[in-house]
Write a protein that binds this ligand. Structure first.
Ligand code: SAM
Length: 290
C-alpha cells in the first residue's frame, strides 16, 4: 500500500496519475500522519458510526476514518481523483467512493443508501473556498450527530468566539444555534501539500437534538441576528429598527423587558440572549397586529 505520508511516494503517485493541483478546488492534502490520527481519536469515532467525508483528496484522512468507523462514504468533486482513490484506498471494504459536489448532492439519500443502521457523522478537511456554505448545508440537513472539520484557523476562532470580542459575529450565533462547537487542535500550514498561506484548526460540532433555547420562529431569530451584525456599530434598538418593520419604542420595550440597557449592542449578546429577544419580539409583533 502507498504511504500517503511519504512525500516522495505521494509525488510519484500524483505523477503516475497525471494529477496537478487545482487551487480553485482548495486542494491542500495532509502530509503528516498525526493529523488524521488525532482528528479521529479526538472525535471519538467508533464502529457504530457511519461517516460522510467531504473531499477525500488522495485519501489521507479517509484511511484513518475507515479504520475507526463502521463505514465511510466519501464525496469528491474532482473526477481525476477517483481512480487515484481506488488505488490508495483499495484495502478498505467498508468504503464507498462517490463522485459529486457536496453543495449539490442529496446528502440525505447518500446517508440512507450508504450508512444505513449506523450513527451518521460528517468529517472533512474542508476546501477553504466553500467552508461556510458546506457547514450551513451540513447543519441545516439535521442528518449528523457530530461534525468534525478542519478549517482555516481564523474561521475556527470566529466560530468559537465569545460575545463582545471582535471575532464574534452572526456565523458564531448560527453555529451555536445548531451545535456546541469547540476547537480540538491547531495545525500549522507546514502540514499540507501544497503549503497553504494560512494555518488551520480542527473544530468539533456536537449537534443539538432539538430546536434550542425555546425558539419558535427560526426565521425571525435569524433576521434579528443578521440585522444586529449588519449594523454592528449601532445600538441594538437602532440596528433592529432598520431591519424589522416595527416602531422604535416597541423594539425598545422588548429589549428592556429582556433585561438589557437601551444602549446594548448585538455583538455583546449570546445566542440564548438573542433567542429571548426573538421570542419577546414575536409576542410584540402579534400584539401590534391586533
Ligand atoms: N481530505 C484530503 C486531505 O485532508 O488531505 C483533501 C482535503 S482538500 C483541503 C479538499 C478536497 O475537497 C479536495 O480533494 C477537493 O477536490 C475537494 N472538493 C472541493 N470542492 C468540493 C465540493 N464542492 N464537493 C466535494 N469535494 C470538493
Amino acid at each position: 500500500m502507498i504511504d500517503l505520508f511519504s512525500i516522495s511516494e505521494v509525488r510519484a503517485l500524483l505523477e503516475r496519475h497525471g494529477f496537478s493541483f487545482k487551487k480553485s478546488l482548495g486542494q491542500n492534502f495532509i502530509t503528516n500522519r498525526w493529523i488524521p490520527e488525532r482528528f479521529v481519536s479526538s472525535s471519538s469515532i467508533t464502529k457504530n458510526h457511519g461517516v460522510l467525508e467531504i473531499g477525500p483528496g488522495i485519501g489521507s484522512l479517509t484511511q484513518s476514518l475507515c479504520e475507526a468507523a463502521g463505514k465511510v462514504t466519501c464525496l469528491e468533486i474532482d473526477e481525476r481523483l477517483l481512480a487515484l482513490l481506488q488505488e490508495t484506498l483499495s484495502g478498505y471494504e467498508n468504503l464507498v467512493i462517490r463522485h459529486g459536489d457536496a453543495l449539490k448532492a442529496d446528502l440525505g439519500e447518500i446517508v440512507r443508501e450508504d450508512l444505513d443502521g449506523l450513527i451518521p457523522i460528517a468529517c472533512a478537511n474542508l476546501p477553504y473556498y466553500i467552508t461556510t456554505p458546506i457547514l450551513e448545508r451540513l447543519f441545516e440537513s439535521h442528518l449528523f450527530s457530530l461534525i468534525t472539520v478542519m478549517v482555516q484557523k481564523e474561521v475556527a476562532l470566529r466560530i468559537c468566539a465569545k460575545p463582545g470580542t471582535s471575532d464574534y459575529g452572526s456565523f458564531t450565533v448560527f453555529a451555536e444555534y445548531y451545535s456546541r462547537p469547540r476547537i480540538l487542535f491547531e495545525v500549522s500550514a507546514n502540514n499540507f501539500l501544497p503549503r497553504p498561506k494560512v494555518d488551520s484548526a480542527v473544530v468539533l460540532f456536537e449537534m443539538r437534538d432539538e430546536k434550542p433555547f425555546g425558539i419558535t420562529d427560526e426565521k425571525l431569530f435569524f433576521r434579528i441576528v443578521r440585522g444586529s451584525f449588519q449594523n454592528r456599530r449601532k445600538t441594538l434598538v437602532n440596528a433592529l429598527s432598520s431591519t424589522l418593520k416595527m416602531k422604535k419604542e416597541d423594539i425598545a420595550s422588548v429589549i428592556s423587558a429582556c433585561g438589557h440597557k437601551l444602549d446594548v449592542r448585538g455583538e455583546t449578546l449570546s445566542a440564548e440572549a438573542f433567542a429571548k429577544i426573538s421570542e419577546e419580539m414575536l409576542k410584540k409583533l402579534v400584539e401590534c397586529e391586533q
